[in-house]
Design a protein around this ligand. Structure first.
Ligand code: NAG
Ligand code: NAG
Ligand code: NAG
Length: 361
């Protein structure tokens, strides 16, 4: 048996700054066979590989994982019998985006193929994505009584960006926390723990098993829901939003802090206690770092934002628990308009000016 037959197969779907470094970490660790789905840069990367400038791994020219594919259909055609033990999704999570870009649609061909080819093997779906309740769409699409899978959560902290065709610049040390969305699912917990071993490159990257996924996601949301959203609305980096404020105070006191408090309150209604110190902690650290959150960058690049998983889902939960969220709702309602402006530019929605109404799609 060749070594490739003994190593588990892992497929990483989404080749932006997060996905390529995830594939590199797995490849470097050398305990799995790594496939990467590269949509837009496929031809370039097939010919020349990636150029990677990484603070964790150094510089690479012409780097390729074991396999490169245009999309998941391509991966299945090339080797229909290969079983992917881990299916890692690192694309942006935009449930209100085009159907073809939604997570259940993206993974469906693999789920169907594995069900037919390997009905007894359990697939681990790992979502390395932002937001809350991102597992729900997958669970609703793939009935667990039919499909055999675990749902794993990944929260990655990394300053990594695709800066050109086939070029990745990683400036911040990678830290990944992986756990089971369902804290009492033993199988999923074991799969998450195993993944840590496939991924850890001691002294280079860091990865840890996360036993409190929901807590970690709410904690990250404190920042995302208040600060990323505001920067996206106004098109400013974080320090400017603080310094340009009335008396240099209004953004912090009347937007960031109350919005974060609302997140703390929604989480509390779910029984998750976030230390209120985090609110001040997050505002403090952001004040001194020149930084433009990805949501703001998305708008500036005319790309759709991860609005639903960052604000839509928390607000739905707030409504369920009767938690008041006036600030978050205002941010959300304004950002819906921005999102629709982006959709209109992309032709995803149409506005009929002769009737002054949104045209039915
Ligand atoms: C979580 O996992 C446990 C153990 O497998 C299972 O009994 C329970 O139904 C799961 N909860 C949800 C919400 O799926
Ligand atoms: C935040 O910064 C203020 C002013 O510098 C300081 O007094 C406070 O202790 C800091 N809080 C935290 C949680 O870091
Ligand atoms: C929000 O900003 C943080 C810091 O840049 C980033 O890690 C996260 O991915 C951003 N989230 C969204 C939804 O833009």
């Amino acid at each position: 048996m060749s070594s490739s037959e003994t190593k588990p197969n892992v497929i990483v779907i989404g080749a932006g700054g997060v996905g390529v470094i995830a594939a590199l970490s797995l490849f470097y660790c050398n305990k799995s066979e790594v496939s990467l789905v590269v949509r837009s840069d496929y031809d370039h990367v097939t010919n020349e590989g990636y150029k990677i400038l990484s603070c964790d791994y150094g510089e690479y020219e012409n780097w390729k994982p074991h396999h490169l594919y245009k999309d998941v259909h391509h991966a299945i055609e090339e080797d229909p019998n290969r079983f992917y033990e881990y299916v890692i999704v690192t694309t942006k999570n935009i449930p209100d985006g085009p159907v073809g870009s939604r997570v259940p649609t993206i993974i469906k061909p693999i789920m169907e193929n594995q069900l037919v080819q390997h009905p007894d093997k359990k697939t681990n779906i790992l979502l390395i994505q932002n937001g809350i309740e991102i597992e729900s769409d997958v669970l609703a699409t793939f009935d667990k009584s039919k499909y055999n899978y675990n749902m794993l959560s990944g929260i990655q902290i990394i300053g990594s960006t695709k800066i050109g065709i086939g070029i990745i610049n990683q400036q911040g040390h990678e830290h990944l926390s992986v756990g089971s969305f369902n804290a009492s699912d033993i199988d999923a917990i074991k799969a998450a723990e195993k993944f840590v071993g496939l991924y850890l490159n001691e002294g280079l990257n860091s990865i840890e098993f996360d036993e409190r996924v929901r807590y970690s996601r709410w904690k990250k949301l404190l920042y995302n829901a208040a600060i990323n959203t505001t920067t996206a609305l106004v098109g400013l980096d974080v320090p400017r939003t603080l310094e340009f404020a009335k008396n240099k105070k209004s953004t912090e006191m009347e937007i960031y802090k109350p919005a974060m408090q609302e997140i703390v309150n929604i989480a509390a209604a779910e029984g998750i206690i976030l230390d209120e110190q985090f609110i001040e902690f997050f505002t403090n650290i952001t004040r001194n770092i020149m930084f433009k959150p990805s949501m703001c960058v998305d708008v500036q690049k005319h790309q759709l934002m991860e609005l639903e998983v960052i604000l839509g889902n928390p607000i739905k939960l707030a409504e369920k628990y009767n938690v008041e969220t006036p600030i978050l709702k205002m941010l959300y309602n304004l950002l819906i308009l921005v999102q629709c402006k982006l959709k209109e530019e992309k032709g995803l929605i149409k506005f009929d000016e002769t009737t002054a109404r949104l045209a039915d799609s």
